[in-house]
Design a protein around this ligand. Structure first.
Ligand code: SF4
Ligand code: SF4
Length: 168
């Protein structure tokens, strides 16, 4: 849970406290953080830097009000990578409850983002470390590998910048 950047607040949602890896706590993706208590962070204020800065697509106003992740069943992150002068948009989707990605609205969202918007979508199913990627047919294998490496590099640098050296 993070400090909101817009009008929204996380409220009782703690979805990303399960879906996301927290390096500082050695918490794996898909495992509920032990600090979640009664739909809140019990160490709020002293929670790790990566929790403090994190804001999902819903929190920053990118999704309708009713799509708050604890209700919709999916946490979504928006990212971008630059490759050969072109910006590629990513949406990473994390299941909050098992099987949520099979629901019609989420399947339709993936098709829309890839086919109509030209985005890359990474789907993280609950309980699996494998990521399934969907990409527009205009992006070939070589380009896709380079774009993924670019995104991974940016995320890794961000996490390292936020994490005290003794915790790496
Ligand atoms: S998933 Fe989004 S709304 Fe829910 S706790 Fe995390 S940042 Fe807040
Ligand atoms: S430390 Fe708090 S904000 Fe961070 S994952 Fe755990 S419960 Fe969520």
């Amino acid at each position: 849970m993070s400090t909101p950047r817009v009008q929204r607040e996380c409220g009782p949602c703690t979805a990303c406290c399960t879906t996301h890896r927290i390096l500082e706590l050695d918490k794996k993706a898909g495992v509920r953080c032990p600090h979640v208590r009664q739909k809140k962070c019990s160490i709020y204020g002293n929670h790790p830097p990566s929790c403090k800065v994190y804001a999902c697509a819903w929190l920053i106003g990118g999704l309708p009000e009713e799509e708050r992740p604890d209700r919709s069943g999916m946490v979504m992150d928006i990212r971008a990578a630059k490759y050969r002068g072109k910006i590629f948009r990513f949406c990473e989707m994390f299941e909050v409850r098992e099987g949520a990605s099979k629901e019609v609205k989420h399947k339709q969202a993936i098709v829309h983002l890839v086919d109509n918007e030209g985005w890359i979508v990474g789907l993280h199913k609950l309980g699996s470390s494998k990521v399934t990627y969907y990409r527009p047919s205009s992006i070939n294998d070589a380009e896709f590998s380079a774009i993924l490496a670019e995104v991974d590099g940016v995320i890794e640098k961000m996490v390292r910048a936020l994490t005290p050296p003794q915790q790496l």
